[in-house]
Write a new protein. Structure first.
Length: 140
């Protein structure tokens, strides 16, 4: 039996996963992270992207749109700003969000623009589209 660690992934809306995993791959703000049981302690921010975990039964993916991850030697907690299961990703909606964000960034009145919020929306939309293509999901 492989050594495991507890993984809890929650967002403001709900708990997406709680269980034992063998390894975890997360989109850290400063670069992708690979976490194994007994990993050294750390706290990091997450950027929009794929959170992939491996259990003894197989692997699964979630999309996170930013957040914070705390790593302890046997417990990892992900507090996601927004999170979706891979099966719930919608390429058409992501492309529409990307287009809205790009149009907002090209708007005429930059004083009324919440640049950080629009930039985060654009980054999340691009990351969703990239993940959809990587995991081979097709439009519904």
């Amino acid at each position: 039996m492989a050594t495991t660690m507890q993984l809890d992934v929650v967002s403001a809306e709900n708990s997406l996963f709680s269980g034992e995993v063998v390894e975890l791959f997360a989109p850290g703000e400063m670069g992708d992270l690979g976490i194994m049981p007994r990993h050294t302690q750390l706290i990091t921010t997450l950027k929009a992207g794929e959170l992939r975990y491996v259990t003894e039964e197989g692997s699964a993916s979630l999309f996170v749109a930013g957040g914070v991850m705390e790593v302890q030697p046997h417990v990892v907690t992900v507090l996601a700003d927004t999170a979706l299961r891979a099966k719930d990703l919608d390429e058409e909606a992501a492309k529409e969000a990307q287009q809205r964000a790009e149009e907002a960034l090209q708007g005429k009145d930059p004083d009324d623009l919440d640049y950080e919020a629009v930039r985060a929306e654009l980054d999340a939309a691009k990351a969703q589209i990239e993940m959809i293509h990587r995991i081979g999901k097709t439009l519904r």
